[in-house]
Design a protein around this ligand. Structure first.
Ligand SMILES: *Cc1c(COP(=O)(O)O)cnc(C)c1O
Length: 394
């Protein structure tokens, strides 16, 4: 028996579960790692399920850590509402599936992230949804493929890996005139550079695995947007269970607090790396919106604030050169992700775009010699020094 007259089995099950009252509050966000919430009375059940009283029920439907992260991303993206998801792909699925029905048509940017391309090109048609891919830099081409059944236009602010920049106000205008919704994947740009909602988008998605989290220690996704779109996506996400773990939500929020400090350095370092690569004789081509030669440099200068992002792609002579470069790096590591505080290198043809058929990949300009750098927040001399010595061996 314990001091409250309970047997040792009961003590083990029930002891220590409540927080002692305190005159002070934790400064950091707390973690609510509970899958379910206890109701003090049966008459509250109907009221909470009906939404007349606010209360959490079950973590697949929502959890305090989801709400904290969703509030933060909604505020950063200047959106009325947001929904957290178990990954960036779960966020893409939630918003796409919420907005289309059998018979709907989707217009999507050529050169989307490989997973998003696969969702749209391979999965949606099985549910009676047709998709047209188009060069979104060509606004007339977008206008030409939008039809009466087009319900959704899906673009990336900065495309992966070729870093083309979408004219969000113009595409939003086309969507509005045709009664379609515009969803923008803002993963590469982050809300530090631009808020697509302010420019007319209906929804924004993030792979929070990348810059929002920022430390390669969490997989998460978020959709932000107008209340009605988020409400539909939330009902769908609750049904299919694309739920973010509360600890992952907490980690993402922790990362988010340094987003602007990190982005400021990512942008500054990436610009310096792009300038260096653009002058290097072993480099055939550099893609970075901050370079005057970039096709959307003027648009990016208007649309972005504080820089041009942390990703730089460049073209070497071919696959052998790319392999030699990656092998010779001493500090920068090869990792098929991006947005870490450390500089990482990726090879799109072998990683993010391996699901895209080879002919299509080549047509998109994603060859075996293409390298994508996620420029970190280290001292820029150390980043350039490592890249420079590796280029010597190419
Ligand atoms: C990584 C990424 C995704 C997918 O996000 P996950 O968190 O890996 O599911 C979607 N869009 C872009 C632009 C990405 O870089």
């Amino acid at each position: 028996m314990d001091s409250r007259g309970r047997g040792r089995h009961t003590t083990a099950v029930h002891a220590g579960l409540t927080i002692e009252p305190s005159a002070t509050e934790p400064l950091a966000a707390t973690i609510c790692q509970s899958s379910v919430f206890a109701f003090p009375a049966l008459d509250l059940v109907d009221a909470v399920y009906a939404g007349e009283k606010t209360g959490y029920i079950y973590t697949r439907y929502g959890n305090p850590n989801h709400r904290m992260l969703e509030r933060a991303v909604a505020d950063l993206e200047k959106a009325p509402a947001a929904l957290s998801c178990s990954s960036g792909m779960a966020a893409a699925f939630a918003v796409v599936a919420a907005l289309v029905d059998a018979g709907s048509h989707v217009v999507a940017a050529e050169g989307l992230y490989g997973g998003t391309y696969s969702l749209l090109a391979n999965e949606l048609p099985r549910f009676g949804v047709s998709v047209t891919f188009v060069d979104v830099a060509d606004v007339a081409a977008v206008e030409a493929v939008v039809g009466p059944n087009t319900r959704l236009i899906f673009v990336e602010t900065i495309s992966n890996p070729l870093l083309r920049v979408a004219d969000i106000p113009q595409v939003a205008d086309i969507a509005r005139r045709h009664g379609a919704k515009l969803c923008v994947d803002n993963t590469f740009a982050t809300p530090y550079l631009v808020n697509p909602i302010e420019l007319g988008a209906d929804a924004v998605i993030h792979s929070a695995t990348k810059y929002l989290g920022g430390h390669s220690d969490v997989v998460a996704g978020v959709v932000a947007g107008e209340g009605e779109v988020i409400g539909r996506a939330r009902r769908l996400a609750q049904t299919v269970g694309t739920t973010l773990d509360p600890f992952a939500a907490w980690l993402t929020l922790r990362g988010l607090r340094t987003l602007s400090a990190r982005m400021e350095r990512h942008c500054r370092n990436a610009q310096a790396v792009a300038d260096f690569l653009a002058r290097h004789p072993a480099v055939r081509h550099v893609a970075y919106p901050g370079l005057p030669a970039h096709p959307e440099h003027a648009l990016s200068s208007r649309m972005f604030r504080g820089g041009f992002g942390g990703i730089v792609s460049f073209e070497l002579g071919g696959g052998a050169e790319a392999a030699a470069f990656v092998k010779s790096l001493a500090m920068c590591r090869f990792a098929p992700s991006l947005g870490d505080v450390a500089t990482t290198v990726s090879h799109p043809a072998k990683t993010s775009h391996r699901q895209v058929p080879v002919e299509r990949r080549e047509a998109m300009g994603i060859g075996e010699g293409l390298i994508r750098l996620s420029v970190g927040i280290e001292d820029v001399a150390d980043i350039i020094g490592d890249i420079s010595q590796a280029l010597e061996r190419v």
